[in-house]
Design a binder for this molecule. Structure first.
Ligand code: BDR
Ligand code: CA
Length: 314
């Protein structure tokens, strides 16, 4: 199996990603880290705990991470409802987060991965604050990270939070800069990829049918995700941003990538958080990020149906 850590800010699409990962037999989820992003840290942590409970995975420890971005003041998501989970009511979590800070958990896990020669896959579904902080604290941990698969950025697509910028990059552009210039193996799923996977009301109806005991809550989360913006997305529905990270880890053959050096703007009011790819070698630096630009949309949906239908047997 693939040892992974999921760093996230649930978030409706983070929640769908977690629920998909929980039932994937190929993954060993060592822990879930939370960060300030779609909601303040206390809420993203509570939401992560509630989702582990909904998904019957109270065995996975949850570690609360950074309360604030590195330099800028926090911004939060706009499409996730008051509680960050589409206003779906969940019982108060039975379990609390671990006492260890998520950044220390990341560092410890990487050090263990180095010692056991089993590099980790880090799935990052929110702002990159925790990973950037870990890299600043202990740069040597890079040797324990096989690959970072992250959702964030926008290249030929326009931004979703500002004209130029995608939310996760804008929420902590300094952290994103640190990670993209770290030399780690990175696969990035930008809006260019995630806008190819629109969860339409028809898909939602199908997911509700197959997902057994979680179908009521999953249906509510998914229904809330409808942006109702046909001009931008080509149909009703919303992009399955974060779940694509999980799909990529499970089935990279369903995605096409292009390699480029990536720079993150962190010093401009107009373009703050913009991801800039050096497609044509202008920087003279080695291209080192795999940017997902093509997605086998139908096969990816088939993968999610297969995964989420496993809840029918629970
Ligand atoms: C990203 O921003 C957040 O609101 C989503 O959870 C996703 O990670 C998409 O831009
Ligand atoms: Ca997210």
């Amino acid at each position: 199996t693939i040892p992974v850590i999921i760093d996230c800010d649930p978030g409706i699409d983070d929640a769908i990603a977690l629920l998909s990962a929980f039932v994937a037999p190929q993954l060993t989820i060592l822990g879930i880290c939370t960060v300030c992003g779609n909601q303040p840290l206390a809420n993203t942590t509570r939401n992560a705990l509630q989702i582990t409970e909904l998904g019957y995975r109270l065995d996975i420890p949850v570690f609360a991470g950074c309360h604030q971005p590195m330099l800028r003041s926090p911004i939060h998501g706009q499409f996730h409802g008051e509680n960050g989970l589409g206003n779906t009511a969940f019982p108060a979590p039975q379990k609390s987060a671990e006492s260890l800070h998520a950044v220390n958990f990341l560092i410890n896990s990487c050090e263990r991965a180095i010692a056991s020669q089993q590099p980790l896959t880090l799935c990052v579904l929110g702002p990159l604050t925790n990973l950037a902080t870990a890299l600043r604290m202990k740069p040597d941990i890079a040797a324990g990270i096989g690959r970072v698969v992250l959702m964030g950025g926008a290249y030929r697509e326009a931004g979703n939070r500002t004209m130029t910028s995608e939310f996760n990059m804008l929420a902590d552009p300094h952290a994103a800069h640190i990670v993209f210039s770290s030399g780690l193996n990175i696969t990035a799923l930008p809006l260019d990829a995630t806008h190819q996977v629109i969860l339409t009301p028809e898909h939602v109806a199908k997911f509700i049918k197959v997902s057994g005991r979680i179908s009521a809550q999953l249906g509510e989360l998914m229904a809330f995700w409808d942006r109702n913006d046909v001009r931008r997305y080509g149909s009703r529905g919303g992009p399955l941003h974060d779940p694509l990270v999980i799909a990529y880890v499970l089935a990279p053959e369903l995605f096409g990538t292009e390699k480029a050096r990536v720079f993150v703007e962190h010093d401009s009011e107009l373009c703050m958080g913009q991801t800039v790819a050096d497609w044509y070698g202008k920087s003279g630096l080695v291209p080192d990020v795999d940017i997902v630009t093509r997605v086998e949309t139908n096969k990816v949906f088939a993968l999610f149906y297969e995964l989420l239908s496993r809840y029918a047997g629970k």
